[in-house]
Write a protein that binds this ligand. Structure first.
Ligand code: AP5
Ligand code: MG
Length: 228
């Protein structure tokens, strides 16, 4: 399965990406997370990216393309992947199509998780993430069981530096200008699907799952059953 997750900041790309990985065992690749790791490590790439990410602007296409190109070469991507936050410009989408055409393994589903800008701000301003494993929580909608610590690894929960209301509003503007055209790009080639992202997390996943299962390879048992 080769899937691209689209949607406003806070739409639930990371949350649904994790659920898909749990069920289907394919890697969930978030360019935002990869960039934040680079920033935290203090690498030259991270230093370059920090000036953009901290203001809620996109990093230059060349940088994002370099990151994803490298990541897609890793062996765990051989059986498919979920891209979260890439492509974010039409130029990135064209790059991805051209690159994947070389191995005849193009994007099958571009899934737009739809929420309103008002809901996006509500979610972003109350989001907390694990400083160790990156797990995502929400102070109202999806609370960790322990106070301020991650259910999965016990790491401290923190607020992302770009999760202030002001930066979030800039990220929404950037999305409308630079990323929304990507939705049309996939619509034109018949690969665009959408789900209502404002439903409860488990209900959004039920919709996502039913879409993915239409594309998933049948198991050996199903193939035999179907042949009868
Ligand atoms: P990135 O990390 O991708 O941020 P984003 O697109 O702004 O998206 P978010 O991570 O904020 O939201 P999400 O959709 O993952 O929602 P989540 O599941 O966390 O990118 C950050 C930055 O990196 C960019 O601004 C840019 O600078 C740079 N960058 C990254 N990729 C780039 C690229 N390709 N090119 C250039 N620059 C790039 O959910 C949000 C909250 O809501 C959570 O608290 C969650 O618990 C809650 N929630 C989720 N679903 C539901 C639900 N159904 N109901 C109630 N609450 C929910
Ligand atoms: Mg995310």
């Amino acid at each position: 399965m080769r899937l691209v997750l689209l949607g406003l900041p806070g739409a639930g790309k990371g949350t649904q990406g994790e659920h898909i990985t749990e069920k289907y065992g394919i890697p969930h690749i978030s360019t935002g997370s990869l960039i934040r790791e680079a920033v935290a490590s203090g690498s030259p790439l991270g230093q370059e990216a920090n000036g953009y990410i901290s203001k809620g602007n996109l990093v230059p296409d060349e940088l994002a393309i370099r990151i994803i190109h490298e990541r897609l070469q890793a062996p765990d991507c051989a059986g498919g992947w979920i891209l979260d936050g890439f492509p974010r410009t039409v130029r990135q989408a064209v790059f991805l199509d051209e690159q994947l055409a070389l191995s005849n393994s193009g994007v099958q589903i571009a899934l737009d998780i739809r929420i309103t800008p008002e809901e996006a701000v509500r979610r972003i301003s109350q989001r907390r993430v694990c400083s160790q494993c990156g797990a995502v929580y929400h102070l109202t909608y999806y609370r960790a069981k322990g106070k301020g610590v991650c259910d999965k690894c016990g790491g401290d929960l923190i607020q992302r530096s770009d999760d202030t209301v002001e930066t979030a509003r800039n990220r929404l503007d950037v999305y409308m200008v630079q990323t929304h055209p990507v939705v049309h790009y996939y619509a034109q080639s018949g690969r665009l699907y959408s789900v209502d992202g404002e439903a409860a997390i488990k209900d959004v996943f039920a919709d996502v799952d039913s879409l993915i299962s239409r594309f998933a390879e049948p198991t050996a048992e199903e193939s035999v059953g179907g042949a009868r």
